[in-house]
Design a protein around this ligand. Structure first.
Ligand code: ADP
Length: 545
């Protein structure tokens, strides 16, 4: 099989520096509570975060563990129970969130560079897609903050019945490494809008960008800084500053964005920091994005502790169905992006490409041509479409799946190996003649490996597309309205994209059927995760009412 373009050259120096490596607790950067074992050198525990282009250390980051999670949850608890955030007007919350979004936008390129460095995704994609999408989703939920309201219910009897929608409390949010900031936005945005306080646990592979962004949330953009310069002046714009806020006066000028304790960020590992958060008795809500296996663990931890409600966004093996009447060139290009985008590391990748037998040969040929043109290399280089996989574990796992595909008898059309000799780059790989029972057609690979399967008719492909424990998304390519409608109704998935793929608007709900998850994020559905419902019944004195 042919290879893609390799970039065997010195890595480009990232156009950004790492400023923040500590834990963000109660609005302050602090070291981890546990120390290195060396008694002579007291220093909070750290772990290295690596550059996937080379496997070299970018920075040593504070390693949060149970004690740190306790501290962060205590800060979030206090900010919720006593602080201004859930008590200020929704309009003020919304304004702070808009300012937060403005700051993210202002620092878009630095944030994107940090993300590329830590994650390996192409800088252009981070700068033009992921970070702007983060800004968008924060603005989207800023817009909701003052539009969240309950209802009144026409109950039987002389009663006035109201339903209040209240913030749920302290939200624990566990984030994966594939879209460290986009998925942060999907969770932090709605939780803040509803007036909750938050403890985020970032993925151990990608701790840097959320620290940077969360620090910004505590600041005021320069355009409005002038309003807060003099707190003693009568003109001070401090409507969002509540006198019960615990931070001292001098800090106010520096940190008049989010009050301290509202948004805490813990870097660290899953079985320690993540598990502490999932099982914490003082966390009122858990939201998790990651693998199905880990989702099952956190759901169990939540159930065994305080029965906190859990939102899960898990794995997938999404079908991408190309019908015989589809525009083949367009379908080839979108199927390519549906699989290879983000180095194949998307929970909703179109990882089973079903192609109708009448267009199958043409499709395979064109898909191969496209994959061979895909530029793989340093993600900081202009025009590069694919960077390295996140880490050695994912790199090896993907190569194992490629071996499994070859051994099970699928035809290797392109790729099949690594690119270069350092870092975690993998050739865009295509298998045709893939059969449903093969491991590569059943398990989530999470790498740049496209599996193409042949089908004969719609009824058959629907059954095969649904024959998986997952149900995250599906793509359907057809010009026939009836075919589209049949598949829309029949596919057991959370998102159906017709003649398109990967359309992620902040307003569109996203989530899975079956073992792809529970609940929905984004859109107005995302708010439900962070609201409690309180029914209030008042007798009506005058029964005539
Ligand atoms: P992957 O296997 O691709 O790294 P995971 O689902 O394990 O994906 O990771 C997603 C997130 O879940 C990360 O932030 C990770 O640290 C966290 N995590 C992993 N294991 C656990 C666990 N046992 N409890 C809580 N969180 C965990």
């Amino acid at each position: 099989a042919a290879t893609a373009v390799a970039a065997e050259e010195e890595p480009i120096t990232p156009p950004v520096q790492v400023h923040y490596t500590q834990l963000l607790i109660n609005g302050q950067f602090v070291d981890a509570a546990s120390a290195f074992s060396s008694a002579s050198l007291y220093c909070g525990k750290t772990f290295p975060t690596l550059d996937p282009r080379t496997g070299e250390v970018i920075a040593h980051v504070a390693e949060g563990e149970a004690e740190d999670v306790n501290r962060a949850v205590a800060a979030a608890r206090k900010a919720f129970d006593e602080g201004s955030w859930p008590r200020m007007t929704a309009y003020d919350r919304s304004r702070i969130m808009y300012r937060f979004a403005d700051l993210i936008e202002k620092h878009n390129n630095e944030i994107a560079a940090l993300e590329t460095w830590d994650n390996g995704k192409p800088y252009e994609q981070a700068a033009e897609m992921e970070i702007p999408s983060l800004t968008r989703v924060i603005r989207y939920y800023a817009g909701w903050a003052d539009k969240i309201h309950g209802l009144t219910v026409p109950a039987d009897g002389p009663h006035h019945v109201q339903v209040l929608h209240e913030p749920i409390g302290v939200a624990g949010q566990i984030i994966p490494w594939n879209f460290p900031l986009l998925l942060y936005g999907w969770k932090v945005g709605p939780a803040l809008a509803c007036g909750n306080t938050i403890v985020v646990k970032t993925a151990e592979q990608t701790p840097l960008s959320a620290l940077y962004v969360s620090k910004l949330a505590h600041e005021v953009p320069s355009a409005v800084q002038v309003l807060t310069v003099d707190i003693t002046s009568a003109n001070v714009d401090s409507t969002y500053f509540h006198d019960k806020d615990p931070f001292p006066f001098p800090a106010f000028q520096m940190k008049a964005g989010l009050p301290p304790g509202v948004l805490n960020v813990i870097s660290g590992f899953g079985p320690t920091a993540g598990a502490s958060l999932a099982s914490h008795m003082n966390v009122d809500k858990l939201s998790f994005t990651g693998s199905t296996d880990t989702g099952r663990i956190v759901l169990e931890l939540a159930a065994r502790s305080n029965l906190k409600p859990v939102t899960l966004e898990l794995g997938g093996k999404s079908p991408f169905i190309v019908c015989e009447d589809a525009d083949v060139d367009k379908a080839v290009e979108l199927a390519h992006r549906a699989l290879f985008f983000n180095q194949g590391q998307c929970c909703c990748s179109g990882s089973r490409t079903f192609v109708h037998e009448h267009v199958y040969d043409e499709f395979v040929e064109k898909a191969k041509e496209r994959a061979l043109k895909r530029t793989v290399g340093d993600p900081f280089r202009k025009g590069v479409e694919q960077g390295p996989q996140i880490d050695e574990k994912q790199f090896n796992k993907t190569l194992d799946y490629i071996r499994s595909g070859v051994e099970s008898g699928a035809t290797l059309q392109a790729g099949g190996g690594r690119v270069g000799s350092k870092g975690y780059f993998i050739q865009p790989t295509i298998f045709s003649d893939v059969k449903d029972e093969m491991t590569i057609a059943r398990e989530e690979i999470f790498g740049p490996v496209q599996s193409i399967l042949k089908f004969k008719n719609i009824d058959e492909v629907m059954v095969r597309a649904n024959a998986t424990r997952y149900g995250l998304a599906a793509g359907v390519f057809t010009k026939n309205l009836n075919t589209a409608n049949t598949l829309i109704r029949g596919l057991k998935v959370g998102t159906v994209w017709i003649n398109c793929f990967f359309v992620f608007d902040a307003a569109i709900p996203f989530g899975g059927f079956k073992m792809s998850g529970q609940g929905r994020e984004k859109g107005m559905y995302g708010l439900k995760n962070y609201l409690q419902v309180k029914a209030v019944v008042t007798p009506l004195e005058n029964p005539a009412w």
